[in-house]
Design a protein around this ligand. Structure first.
Ligand code: NAG
Ligand code: NAG
Length: 212
């Protein structure tokens, strides 16, 4: 019995090593469903350098829309190498008068770097409902804490460009107006729960694609 103890000790050490080890990476396998911990990992033999490179942020988004702005995301669904790494990026193109409407990211905080133009950006705290907002100029960086309502809009007379990073591979985005007025809740219910009048709700439902 005694002579086996050192062997058992070595074996248990090996086990604790394997428990402590981490994967180098876990590139998303899109053939399997996403879950709270992200996607399953692609087999390492199937991973290529292109899983770690994303070229979609080089092109300006199409700003010919109601909001005159475009958000182009490099989240895990576009960029599988991000899976499990807790970070992502996006570019914001804001034409003159462009607005990224008030929204939240449940999954992460955001940091914005203004590359070109002038952007008014801000967020609202949930604890005291205080607004923190400021006009940002080229070179400025601002952070929006996780889960808080925030917005950006172009206050200049040239198009603005900003690059954002989020500390989640899949931060999600919930636009407040889309959630409120782009849904299938009867207008009477929206009026009641949003404290708005009938005409206003009908108008916003038409703009954001809600039914009824
Ligand atoms: C790995 O790549 C091979 C060849 O391209 C493909 O047939 C197979 O389905 C892939 N397996 C996974 C798990 O992605
Ligand atoms: C931009 O979007 C508008 C409206 O959807 C569309 O008419 C136009 O063709 C698009 N432009 C480009 C360059 O894709």
């Amino acid at each position: 019995m005694k002579m086996y103890l050192p062997i058992l000790f070595v074996v248990s050490l090996l086990f604790s090593y394997s428990h402590g080890s981490v994967l180098d990476f876990c590139v998303a396998d899109f053939s399997l469903p996403d879950g709270p911990a992200g996607y399953s990992c692609k087999k390492p033999a199937n991973v290529t350098v292109n899983d770690f490179v994303y070229s979609g942020l080089g092109i300006a988004g199409n700003t010919s829309s109601l909001i005159k702005a475009a958000v182009t995301t490099a989240f895990v669904d576009q960029f599988p190498g991000l899976n499990g790494l807790g970070l992502s990026m996006a570019r914001l193109d804001l034409a003159v008068g462009g607005v990224v409407p008030i929204h939240t990211h449940r999954g992460g905080s955001e940091i914005i770097f203004v590359v070109e133009g002038t952007i008014c950006a801000g967020f609202i705290s949930s604890s005291t409902n205080t607004a923190y907002f400021k006009t940002l100029h080229k070179g400025d960086v601002m952070v929006f804490p996780q889960g808080l309502l925030h917005f950006q809009f172009n206050t200049g007379n040239i198009p603005a460009l900003a690059i954002v990073s989020l500390n989640s591979a899949n931060p999600g985005v919930d636009f407040t107006d889309v959630a409120l007025f782009g849904n299938n809740l009867p207008s009477a219910v929206v009026e009641k729960v949003a404290f708005l009048d009938h005409a206003q709700v009908k108008k916003l439902k038409a703009v954001f694609g809600g039914t009824d």
